[in-house]
Design a protein around this ligand. Sequence first.
Ligand SMILES: [Ca+2]
Length: 112
Amino acid sequence: MLGLISPSPAQAASTPASCPPNMLCTYGDRGFRGGQLNITANNIANIPTPGYSRTIGLFNNRISSVSNRTDRPVCLYSQQNRQGNVMRVGPHENWDQLPFWAEDDAESLSGC
Ligand SMILES: [Ca+2]
């Protein structure tokens, strides 16, 4: 083999025990640690609603890892109201460390 192909964090990480089924779990630290904010799949389905981003107020620019135990993709945005850079988290993906350009940068989220 020429070179080494590293698995993405989504492939490398397994589902954290702290994240219940049908929840999107966001964490303030890498490795599913630190403060945790869970959002139900139903609430994700109800996004986008203007101002939803207030819900992650305390988590603004803090999210470092994510477990998506819902059946729908979720997008994290670097600015309020679904603006800015977009980090897509697929259904049942586990990111024990967000990409450098997305870590500590999300301010709003939605189904996508
Ligand atoms: Ca963080």
